[in-house]
Ligand binder design. Sequence first.
Ligand code: C2E
Ligand code: CA
Ligand code: CA
Length: 723
Amino acid sequence: MERLYDWATPAWALNTTMLSIRNGFLVCLPLVVAGALAVLCNNLPLPLFHEAMRALFGPNWRSGLFALIWQGSFGVLSLPMVVGISYNLVLVHNRENPLAPVSPAMASVVALGAFVVLLPPDDMLGHIGVQGLFVGILASVTAVRLFLRLVAVKVLQVQIYSEGVASAPQAFACLAAGLVTVSVFASIGLGFRAAFGLSVQESVRELLLFPFRFDLFRDMLGSGIVYVFITHLCWFFGLHGSNVFDPLTHDLFAAATQANLVAQAQGLPAPYIVTKSFLDIFVFMGGAGSSICLLTAILIASHNHGSRRMAKISIAPGLFNINEIVLFGLPVILNPVFLVPFLLVPLTLTLVSFLAIRLGLVPLPMVALEWTTPPILSGLLATHSVAGGLLQVFNLVLGTFIYLPFVKISDQIKKERQKAAQRKLLEIACNNTVGPSGKKCLDRDDEVGALARILAHELEAAMNTGEGLYLEYQPQVDGRTGRVIGAEGLVRWRHSVFGPVPAPVIIAISEDGEFIRTLGLWVLNEACAERARWHAAGLASDFKTSVNLSARQLNDGDLPEKVAQCRNDHHLSTPMIGLEVTESVALDPDAPHNRLLSSLHDMGFSISIDDFGMGHSSLVYLKYFPVSSLKIDKVLSKDVTSSEISAEVIATIVDLCRALRIKVVAEFVENQEQIDRLHALGCHLFQGYFYSPPLSGDDMLAYALRMNAAADARERAERARAT
Ligand code: C2E
Ligand code: CA
Ligand code: CA
């Protein structure tokens, strides 16, 4: 059984739990961004904006719209996070255990219960926001793991088959497991209260604040460094560091700012350097991780389309020190590549700024500003000195330099993962197996699925604009005369970011996305238009342009009319158009589309069976189907020189087809040896790199005219010699 992500992630990769946590965060991203923007709007450092809001909504405008948005986002963030993480964990479980799937929704509901019982009962609502994230993650991961184990225990499964409600049996089967899970967590909660007099949530918070209770850290530089380190470590694991440590910021660093102001008023030197203003202004530039430096580094050095786009979107909120989009989106959170600079940059900036102030190069920031004040401006305003702004510029450059190599490493890793996903997608597209939903790739919940969805979305758009979409034509040559008798049109799509997308992938995503009929008609129309141009340029009327029909196009009862319409639109004659259908599709005796192929054949369009020989259908079938030509599968024609069995099979096919007046074309002919052998077996029509790779329309025309002129000349010379 293929395990999720095995192929996609390097050895050090995050395991599924980490990925589920990150995906859980991603689910919450709309709320995170809404909350961050609401905070920004309530704290926008623009007096004019404040006045306008006051004029419009009265003096209490801050408790209006933006406060409500905050309430619905940051105010309850732990709950959707628990749901998101649990849901993703169960998706992974279900992929690995397809025979025993568990409802992700039900597991999420159970995890939600398990989380809430860990909160303080008298102030539950005060702990379901950002402050609850840490315990929320712990609770969801452990509760889901426990729940999944319990669900598998036979004695706990209550089997009730209720008619009419499809999900009822599973609901009952999981009932006891859910009950036990929530009870276990409630007991843990009770145990904590008995032991420490606190809820689990409060105990964890106390634990996090523990290091700061010692005098050792009362020197503000030491406290500052520990604070910066721990908050960033929290952030790295997806915890809102600034929120988790909010009481600390308040008790320690805001108090230090206050003490400095008091000292200043008394004409005394300010006792502290590391204060809340110091950290906000010189360290948290652009938000946690001094992420404005990261954004700059990406814009300077990254070639990854996604990262650059993310940076461009993030730069505007980043100027106001809001950085959730880049932290979650890039992502920085839980991404081992960024762990080092994400800790190193703010720590370095803390030290550098401390030194600059201690050495008297920059005045202490003595003015309390909103944390949303943009960098450089905040330095100037808070220190009343150009030096403050200059120190921020210096920090920005330094931080950017530290981030640069990591941005490059991240680029490289993304590139490799993208390539791996592209390879895997091609492999899946070429394979004939489909998932339970009948799709090959579009509904996969891994990176291959994500890539397929992006491609499908953009391919659908490309069909409207025609951007990057075109056909190439591979000539079919009569080996006896050297004359080009036709060409196969092959779809091509050059994606602006991923480059050329292989044809099997184009077809697979169009089938999965259910727009294969539209694509098929686009291809047919394009091939007919090209055929008309070739006709005008003097190509003979018996030159056939073929296109491939996917099995799903044959579900379209109107197909014969559409093909005829296309022929008429381009003023072509029927023999100029050929249709290729793969063997398994064309020779299925029970298929409803047989009538459709017959009517196309009756109308005079030639039907060619593609990839013949490996579809395991009996040769005898050929008699019963409307077939004009047959293309020997690449496996056979590649093997013809090395395998006697392949040669025998080809000889049999050729004999039978001669009797049935079916033309035989050998594909994938790449060398003279193959050609000689195939000639000897009675097969004389070829398509393959030996003659030509697929060509643009113009090159195809030039090739055919040149080859046919040479054949004409040879024939004339032979006739002259004979007479
Ligand atoms: P196919 O119909 O068997 O097309 C032949 C494929 O083999 C083409 O790949 C062609 O470029 C490649 N080929 C031809 N000669 C040689 C050779 O000598 N050596 C090697 N190594 N390869 C050779 P392509 O264009 O990637 O197409 C792959 C498949 O995608 C096609 O297989 C066909 O099944 C499908 N396809 C392509 N275009 C369309 C389309 O417009 N509609 C549909 N429904 N399917 C298409
Ligand atoms: Ca074909
Ligand atoms: Ca083929």
